[in-house]
Write a protein that binds this ligand. Structure first.
Ligand code: NAG
Ligand code: NAG
Ligand code: NAG
Ligand code: NAG
Ligand code: NAG
Ligand code: NAG
Ligand code: NAG
Ligand code: NAG
Ligand code: NAG
Ligand code: NAG
Ligand code: NAG
Ligand code: NAG
Length: 798
């Protein structure tokens, strides 16, 4: 009897749970409930967790003094200000965070008792007070001041509620909003501010500018702000410097003085308290002028006093619309999988940022996107994902890259805060353009794209640390980038000879693809150059870990100009050794080991399989790589290695590996990313893996594995057709992750990969699953194309 009741209860519970799923997924409920912006907010994810529109320039959040690369972190550190320009997921120096504002009440209402410098004003927040949702961020400081914020395209609206601050106010009640002429990295070179706030008036304005340094690039940039404070009567206003403030003068100019001394300075406006309503701070931003910053604010947030909720609603609608092309039938999987998925989709649209109309460097009617930070990180999965989800936007981004080429003479490789960023490997914008080409993005001048890529391939810039390629003389003459190259033509970090050789090979392969498509006779030349990677393969190179031979032979090695081999331990720059970046420990492989780069030949994995001794040793090596600690799952070069078994006719092993990493390394915790999100690269690895179609960008190829959900549909914006991928015999516990057979539009389909037509034509792929590996997708003619494999597939691809 008891048992029966229990069963009834369980049945009821299951029914309710399923009902909840259906509600959330089909109609009526909110897709935004599945988005947790705090994923990746600590332990190096560096994700921007605040309020932004899709691709928006204004990004409002609380800034902290801990892991603040993206502004905020849940690492327990203290809040130092609230600002509205940010990047997301980047590594290294914190980016932007210009002109932070900070609310407080000065003891005894004495302005000089206020806390001005960052160290003095840093305040912890109530741990459970953080609310992060698309278009909204809120937090309550330990002193009771509640801050929340939302944004429009180029302006932010902050609210500061002082009504619970009596405990720290010491009987004082006049709210002060100070603005600090700094950024997160304290890179300010000079700045100015002026204050327009009549005592007794119903609000006031602080406006000005600053020149700052890009967080991973050359030169400097100017940013402009226009801050309107309202919600009370102005008591007084003025400027502050060196922890001292005064109501005169109303203007301030700061620069770097003796020994580059960093003066902390800014402005303040004080209102008469106590206030029963929040203080409103509307922050307009621009990269062009102060007037423009004010216009942006006035145009986008007409009435700070009443617009807050409307702005949040507008932002939510914009996000819902961006997420609408995808729909999921979860099949009852753990809800965290849905949260992981949708949060990742959300994160792919934080950057790049649409700065159209905010470009200070040239006038153009073309779109201008910024925060390609960096293309080395983005070309592999994030931009290919936007090609699937948001092809019109992607086409705008490609046009922006081409417009940059037109006006700067070079495609960018990395770009932030309107500056040129440092190049990490090859000229990877080439790969972005050609991926767009093979996927038929529209509205792009392909002849201009060809010209821009040929420029990368043929002409060495004087400074190849920010654009183009270095060592082109050797590249053309010797067909590899030599170790310790002699290159008097141009200048850059003369390291990474192995990874640059591999990257330039793939850049040239992409150029060959475009040349072929456009009917240019140069395609043969560039296809030949795309084989240069083979010149650094040393067949007898061995590798040991702690003195124990790994028993794998054949690795890429550096080679001198004279053809003699150099040496780099194949495990160097792996997680078992030191990290190798441009500045720390520069080596012949960039941010990854010779072990990992062995698999970076995206166009000719077939040849890699052959060089490594055939399928069996290739798979053994892949397996050892992923299980020995050599693989760095937290950085982009590793991504493709997860899907390499497809080239060996073992798609089942790719599916196993994807499930090995998700959710163990990509999950919903605040520390749920294995490395910097890099604008949404980690996010896109998660998405493509869960969708069951993983790209090899630059080629019209997606590797097929079973989606992590029962079925998924994606509607293509350019054709309005809807593609469906459906698992049959799906099991929510992920035992059935092996494809037994497949049907494409009702016809048997044995290839383990498919082209982008799947999305543009709106095809239907049905995968019958089972709990053991099958013969599906294993035959030579079922494998994805490689340049050296004569499988007839190459022709259709080029
Ligand atoms: C808040 O969280 C931080 C960091 O996790 C911790 O150090 C602190 O003790 C917590 N404070 C409270 C009041 O729980
Ligand atoms: C609080 O106010 C009292 C009276 O004005 C003053 O004596 C005291 O120093 C103040 N305390 C602080 C911490 O400012
Ligand atoms: C954060 O600020 C609190 C005071 O609000 C201080 O006690 C604590 O030491 C600070 N923590 C850090 C990590 O700076
Ligand atoms: C003030 O505190 C009360 C009681 O804790 C709380 O209900 C209210 O939401 C708080 N108001 C603000 C603006 O934080
Ligand atoms: C501000 O700094 C930038 C970068 O160092 C410099 O180019 C510019 O001349 C400076 N402006 C003023 C007004 O000093
Ligand atoms: C910033 O504003 C000051 C004062 O108006 C002006 O002199 C300076 O040229 C401006 N700097 C920039 C980079 O626009
Ligand atoms: C970029 O921003 C501009 C200015 O707000 C807007 O007109 C344009 O439509 C945006 N571009 C895209 C592709 O959304
Ligand atoms: C490589 O082979 C040697 C000799 O058989 C063996 O001792 C060693 O453990 C092997 N290395 C690994 C990593 O298995
Ligand atoms: C080639 O150059 C390297 C580096 O200068 C040198 O160590 C090596 O001996 C040279 N090899 C030959 C054959 O000259
Ligand atoms: C979530 O991912 C992080 C980062 O990769 C990892 O450290 C952690 O162990 C994962 N958590 C779970 C529960 O798998
Ligand atoms: C797709 O649908 C939208 C809205 O329904 C329409 O405006 C657009 O013209 C359609 N595009 C194509 C290619 O059919
Ligand atoms: C691109 O267009 C060509 C020519 O119309 C067509 O053959 C090809 O299938 C299209 N590719 C995709 C991915 O839609």
């Amino acid at each position: 009897m008891l048992l029966v009741i229990c069963l009834l209860f369980i049945a009821h519970f299951v029914e309710r749970t399923i009902a909840k799923f259906d509600r959330r997924q089909t109609s009526g409920t909110d897709i935004l409930d599945w988005i947790d912006p705090l994923i990746g907010s600590k332990s190096g994810g560096n994700v921007f967790v605040g309020a932004t529109l899709p691709y928006g320039m204004a990004k409002a959040v609380a800034d902290v003094d801990g892991e603040n690369t993206g502004g905020f972190s849940t690492d327990g550190s203290n809040i130092t200000g609230f600002s509205a320009l940010h990047d997301s997921g980047t590594g290294g120096n914190p980016s932007l965070g210009n002109f932070p504002i900070f609310p407080q009440i000065c003891p005894n209402d004495e302005i000089n008792a206020c806390k001005f410098s960052i160290g003095a004003r840093a305040t912890h927040y109530e741990n459970d007070s953080i609310v992060a949702r698309p278009g909204y961020f809120g937090v309550t400081l330990e002193n009771g001041i509640k801050a929340d914020m939302t944004v429009s395209e180029r302006a932010a609206l902050f609210r500061f509620d002082f009504s619970n601050t009596s405990s720290v106010g010491n009987g004082s009640s006049d709210p002060v909003i100070l603005l600090d002429l700094t950024d997160l990295w304290a890179s300010r070179q000079n700045a100015s501010i002026s204050i327009e706030a009549e005592d007794g008036s119903t609000g006031g304005r602080m406006k000005g500018n600053g020149t700052f340094l890009p967080s991973f690039g050359a030169g400097s940039y100017a940013a402009y702000f226009c801050l309107d404070i309202s919600g009370g009567t102005v008591k007084d206003s003025g400027v502050w410097a060196n922890d001292r403030a005064g109501t005169e003068p109303k203007e301030l100019y700061v620069t770097r003085g003796f020994n580059l001394f960093y003066l902390q300075a800014g402005g303040f406006i004080r209102l008469q308290g106590p206030l029963s309503r929040p203080v409103l701070a509307r922050m307009g931003l621009s990269f062009v002028s102060t007037e423009r910053a004010c216009q942006n604010a006035e145009r986008e947030i007409l009435s700070p006093d009443s617009d807050f909720d409307g702005l949040v609603t507008t932002a939510q609608m914009a996000w819902r619309e961006k997420l609408a092309p995808i729909s999921i039938q979860s099949g009852g999987v753990d809800e965290s999988m849905l949260t992981s998925f949708w949060s990742a989709v959300y994160r792919t649209m934080i950057s790049p940022q649409n700065y159209t109309g905010e470009n200070p460097h040239w006038q153009s009617s073309e779109p201008y996107f910024d925060s390609f930070y960096c293309i080395w990180d983005m070309w592999r999965v994030q931009l290919p994902f936007l090609t699937v989800l948001d092809p019109i936007m992607m086409s705008n981004m490609v046009r922006s890259l081409l417009d940059t080429y037109k006006h700067r003479g070079w495609l960018p490789d990395c770009m932030m805060s309107t500056c040129k960023g440092w190049t990490q490997g090859g000229s990877d914008a080439d790969n972005v353009l050609v991926d767009a080409y093979v996927k038929n993005l529209t509205g792009i001048d392909w002849d201009l794209a060809y010209e821009a890529i040929v420029n990368d391939a043929e002409n060495e810039p004087l400074e190849w640390s920010v654009q183009g390629r270095g060592g082109l003389t050797s590249w053309k003459k010797l067909n590899y980038i030599p170790y310790l190259d002699f290159d008097p033509v141009g200048f850059g970090t003369n390291s990474r000879s192995i990874s640059r050789t591999l990257e330039y090979s793939y850049n040239d392969f992409n150029l060959a693809t475009l040349a072929r498509g456009l009917g240019k006779d140069t395609s043969t030349k560039y296809l030949a150059r795309s084989a240069n990677w083979r010149n650094l393969f040393k067949p007898d190179q061995t590798s040991a870990i702690n003195g124990i031979d790994t028993n794998f032979t054949g690795f890429f090695q550096p080679k001198y100009l004279n053809g003699t081999w150099g040496y780099q331990d194949p495990i160097a720059c792996s997680p078992l050794a030191d990290f190798c970046s441009l500045t720390s420990n520069p080596s012949e492989t960039f941010e990854s080991s010779a072990w990992e780069y062995m698999f970076f030949v995206p166009h000719d994995i077939g040849k890699v399989v052959e060089l490594l001794g055939g399928i069996e040793t290739f798979l053994k090596r892949l397996d050892f790589f992923h299980t020995s600690g050599l693989a760095d799952i937290g950085n982009e070069p590793v991504f493709l290695t997860v899907y390499m078994p497809h080239y060996a006719g073992r798609p089942a092993l790719s599916a196993e590996r994807a499930h090995y990493y998700i959710p163990s390394q990509f999950n919903t915790s605040h520390a749920g990313l294995p490395g910097n999100d890099d604008s949404g690269a980690m996010a896109s690895f998660t998405i493509f893996s869960m969708l069951g179609l993983f790209p090899n960008p630059g080629q019209n190829v997606y590797f097929i594995t079973p989606p992590f959900f029962e079925s998924v549909t994606v509607t293509n914006q350019l054709t309005n057709r809807t593609a469906t991928i459906r698992n049959i015999d799906f099991d929510k516990g992920y035992k059935n992750i092996y494809i037994q057979s497949a049907k494409l539009n009702g016809e048997e389909y044995t290839k383990n990969w498919i082209g982008h037509e799947f999305f543009t034509e709106g095809w239907t792929l049905e995968l019958v699953l089972g709990d053991t590996e099958s013969a599906w997708g294993t035959q030579a003619h079922d494998r994805p194309p490689s340049v050296s494999n004569v499988q007839g597939t190459m022709e259709t691809r080029l």
